[in-house]
Design a protein around this ligand. Structure first.
Ligand SMILES: [Zn+2]
Length: 326
């Protein structure tokens, strides 16, 4: 990611220096062969950034291209006889449209949480405090861990009785995937408010751990500096490149999946060792402390319409596979 940060222009705002993606374009490519896949993977090494990475043949790939890289991209695609289709003309225009300007935004709309916009970390945490006040016997704020810059990884526990099993929802481990925290915020509201009798029966047969932003430093950074930042914000020894992909840093078959990177400048950098990052190490301790109660653990990511079952370290079907697909 840092490679393309160097390439983007800087504009100054009153609060922070924000990266501009003016005239960045996004192209859709359909790899027709294993050869195409290999070639497309090479583009990431050349400083291109994928919105949807190459994974298998005939599955579309979305690639963001900086203005100064257009000619290289077009020549590369022409040389290798691959077709491409423009799907976003100006990425900055999309960024400007996706969230209303700050002064027009508000946390609440007619007393209810505004779900028509993406909220900042402070706004979400403020809402948690309001929930705790409104549902004193049911909602409790929990601190699940800490971040490199000293922020708390906060979540809410929705308690329907000590004897009930629990469901843990994790969001925002990849900072730029804003729809992930937003989905957990939306679900939290729905779990507390829905009045449908049958749904309430299901909801109340579980306790819920809702953690919308487990990478708070990265999330704040996407609001203040770079909309497409993915990793946390920890410093790496021996390089200027910042951040580790927290989703590649868990101490479970670490360093075994092909999608991990050893390069600290890569968006998928796995860290120097499992749990090298304070976010994953502290959150894992918290999860361990309640692990006996947890029946489901569901992380939310974007984008793509997929339901991915564990484990990515093996292609063998899990025992629970049939139950999940039925
Ligand atoms: Zn993700």
């Amino acid at each position: 990611m840092l490679r393309h940060i160097i390439l983007v222009g800087l504009i100054t705002s009153a609060f922070a220096t924000k990266l501009s993606y003016k005239n960045y374009k996004v192209y859709r490519i359909i790899p027709g062969s294993e050869r195409d896949l290999k070639l497309l993977n090479k583009l990431e090494e050349k400083g291109f950034s994928y919105w949807r990475s190459p994974s298998r043949t005939m599955q579309s790939v979305d690639l963001m291209v900086a203005p100064e890289k257009f000619s290289y991209f077009e020549k590369f695609m022409g040389d290798h006889r691959m077709k491409f289709q423009l799907i976003v003309k100006d990425v900055q225009q999309l960024i400007d449209q996706e969230n209303p300007p700050r002064e027009k935004r508000s946390l609440y709309n007619n007393g209810t949480l505004n779900l028509n916009q993406y909220h900042t970390l402070d706004e979400m945490y403020k809402w948690f405090h309001d929930l705790e006040k409104r549902y004193p016997n049911k909602v409790e704020i929990l601190v699940g861990g800490k971040s490199y810059d000293g922020l708390e990884i906060k979540g809410v526990h929705i308690n329907h009785g000590a004897d009930k099993p629990a469901i843990f929802l994790e969001g925002g481990i990849h900072a730029h995937e804003w729809i992930s925290p937003a989905t957990i915020i939306c679900l939290t509201k729905w779990i507390l408010k829905t009045t449908d009798y049958k749904i309430r029966q299901i909801i109340e047969s579980y306790n819920w751990y809702m953690f919308p932003v487990v990478n708070p430093d990265g999330y704040v950074y996407t609001f203040e500096v770079d909309r497409f930042w993915r990793k946390n914000r920890s410093k790496n020894n021996s390089t200027e490149c910042v951040g580790t992909d927290l989703n590649r840093n868990w101490n479970y078959h670490w360093d075994e999946a092909e999608m991990e990177s050893q390069d600290p400048c890569s968006d998928s950098y796995k860290g120097s060792e499992p749990f090298s990052e304070i976010e994953t190490s502290t959150l894992s301790q918290f999860i361990k402390s309640i692990s006996e109660k947890i029946e489901f653990y569901i992380p939310f990511h974007s984008y793509g319409h997929y339901l991915l079952f564990p484990q990515s370290s093996t292609e063998k079907l899990q025992k629970t596979y049939k139950r999940y697909v039925s």
